[in-house]
Design a protein around this ligand. Structure first.
Ligand code: ATP
Length: 545
């Protein structure tokens, strides 16, 4: 866990302003602290030497001005980082949401909804403490001690040496504690992740769990994970409290060393009272800034751990997008020398070379796991291959404007997402369309008769995921949605797998008629898909590297 992850600067521009502001506050604060100590020590030394009250007016006024300035700096040091932290976290949250909602599938690889929700909410919120407290303090901790040691170097070299020697002990100790904390913080975060997963899984599968009488056992499992998470949190807090105590002790002993040396020299007369008092007042400030970093670091460990997980998503390679216009008419899509390395997979998925002709219905067949969905995702432009290329005629897809290509492409998955809304809203999700267009799309998808029988027809409300519909009906709704959008290229990823053979054949035939002159690529292995295909490419049968 690095004290300052450079990716923060890359993904959240507000961080730069925060660091610059904190540096400014640090400089002003150090100057004010030293000024305060010098004036106060001067006044005390004046009184001790029996100086008159009348000659102290200038000093008292200067002290008041410095006190007001310090209050203003303290206000700014509180207000500015809080404001920037909100901007910074909102930048990171936006980057994360943009990546997972509008960009390629690589970002979604191995990312469950529970984990994403956890990261975008609690995770990003944890970064607020990191930005508002820890980062500004980190800047102060590098500037204040340095400034004080340099100043004291001119006033009292001996004290400056004692501080310069003892001060590195604090970051050294903090690093040791940090290594230990990292392990416990990762465990705590992992357990929170497991808890979120288990909870989502149980809520999603509650009906099945009830049917098999396993709901109580799952509740017990969640209770156990919750207890483990609680114990991991307490362990992290224990380390935080203990380390604060030890840092405090270290700083107090170091100041005591400075004080003893000053006391001895004051007694022997080798140091004047003004300088001695100034050093005594300034020295603790050098340690205070560093100690505060330790405290804030522990408070922001959650946020830092979440940031690492967020950056792992943001760092995934994005699908390339060129600037070349997508041709209005193309004749072939060719996949050549393709290999895709999925995150976490041992070996890349390699695909044989093949070509889909425009205007044809091409079936990508082959055993489960051979790479049919991978091929469709590559053609759709939502997955970036590690090597090889997807060619539209002779132009690599990477050189074309990806958004324009997506606008030409319709994609229907095996388990489509159905948001809450009416049947018609769902069909119009990708395109605005008249009632006639909606009815026609329902007809093509073989769903018109069923929808007509519903009490409110196409205006019937569906809950999210349409649990009141069968899987086959949900698949046909997604097909109707793609048909209504009228893409040039339709990609069906086992989109009719839940239909009986007769209905599947009927729906596929109607899709073919509807898309006459346009291109369809189907991933599947069922007979009906073979029956409608102009060409079948068996990804498993072709020799692969
Ligand atoms: N997100 C992923 N992370 C890791 N490996 C993956 C991921 N997606 C696919 N794979 C792997 O890539 C290979 C091809 O998967 P793909 O889904 O393309 O196959 P498929 O032919 O469509 O399978 P099916 O017919 O079962 O849908 C499989 O071995 C699979 O395990």
């Amino acid at each position: 866990m690095r004290p300052l992850d450079p990716r923060l600067l890359r993904y959240a521009g507000a961080t730069r302003g925060l660091l610059a502001g904190a540096a400014g506050v640090g400089l002003a604060g150090t100057a004010a602290t030293i000024g305060y100590a010098v004036v106060l020590a001067g006044l005390v030394a004046h009184v001790v030497r029996g100086g008159s009250a009348a000659t102290m007016t200038g000093g008292v006024v200067a002290l008041l001005v410095i006190v007001v300035a310090r209050a203003a700096i303290a206000w700014y040091a509180e207000y500015f980082p809080r404001r920037t932290a909100v901007r910074m976290t909102s930048q990171i949250r936006r980057a994360l949401l943009t990546r997972v909602t509008t960009e390629d599938r690589a970002a979604m690889v191995d990312r469950s909804p529970a984990r994403l929700i956890n990261l975008a909410t609690t995770g990003v919120a944890g970064l607020e403490t990191y930005a508002a407290r820890y980062l500004p303090q980190l800047v102060l901790a590098t500037m204040v001690p340095l400034g004080i040691v340099v100043y004291l170097g001119f006033q009292d070299v001996e004290s400056a040496i004692v501080i310069a020697v003892t001060i590195p002990l604090i970051p050294m100790f903090m690093a040791l504690v940090g290594w230990h904390t990292q392990k416990t913080a990762h465990r705590q975060y992992r357990l929170l992740d497991v808890l979120a997963h288990r909870f989502t899984d149980v809520v999603t599968g509650l009906t099945t769990l009830k049917a098999f009488g396993r709901s109580r056992a799952q509740a017990e499992l969640i209770r156990r994970t919750d207890a483990e998470h609680k114990s991991a949190t307490m362990k992290t807090l224990r380390i935080a409290f203990l380390s604060a105590l030890v840092l405090e002790l270290l700083a107090t002993l170091s100041v005591a060393l400075v004080a003893v040396s000053i006391g001895l020299r004051l007694v022997s007369g080798s140091l004047d009272l003004h300088t001695g008092l100034t050093v005594l007042l300034v020295a603790p400030e050098a340690y205070l800034a560093l100690r505060a970093v330790g405290t804030h670091f522990h408070a922001s460990v959650d946020g830092l751990t979440a940031a690492e997980a967020i950056f792992a998503i943001l760092d995934q390679p994005v699908c390339h997008s060129g600037h070349a216009a997508v041709p209005s008419r193309w004749t072939t899509i060719t996949l050549r020398d393709i290999a895709v390395q999925y995150a976490g997979a041992r070996a890349p998925v390699r695909l044989p070379d093949f070509t889909c002709r425009a205007g044809d219905t091409t079936l990508l067949a082959g055993p489960s796991g051979v790479g049919k969905s991978t091929a469709l995702n590559l053609i759709a432009g939502v997955l970036q291959s590690t090597s090889g290329e997807v060619l539209i005629d002779a132009t690599p897809l990477d050189l074309l404007e990806r958004a324009a290509w997506s606008a030409q492409t319709g994609y229907v998955a095996q388990s489509p997402y159905i948001p809450a809304g009416t049947v018609a809203d769902n069909i119009r999700m990708l395109s605005s369309g008249s009632a006639e267009r909606v009815d026609h799309a329902l007809y093509v998808a073989g769903l018109a008769e069923f929808v007509m029988q519903l009490p409110r027809g196409a205006d019937t409300m569906l809950r999210e995921g349409a649990p009141e519909w069968s899987q086959g009906q949900r698949q046909r709704l997604a097909i109707a949605r793609a048909v209504a959008a009228r893409p040039q290229l339709l990609l069906l990823d086992e989109a009719t797998s839940a239909l009986d053979h007769r209905t599947e054949y009927l729906v596929l035939q109607r899709i073919r008629q509807e898309f006459a002159g346009r291109t369809i690529v189907i991933a599947g292995h069922r007979d009906a898909t073979r029956d409608v295909a102009d060409q079948v490419i068996d990804l498993g049968a072709v020799a692969r590297v």
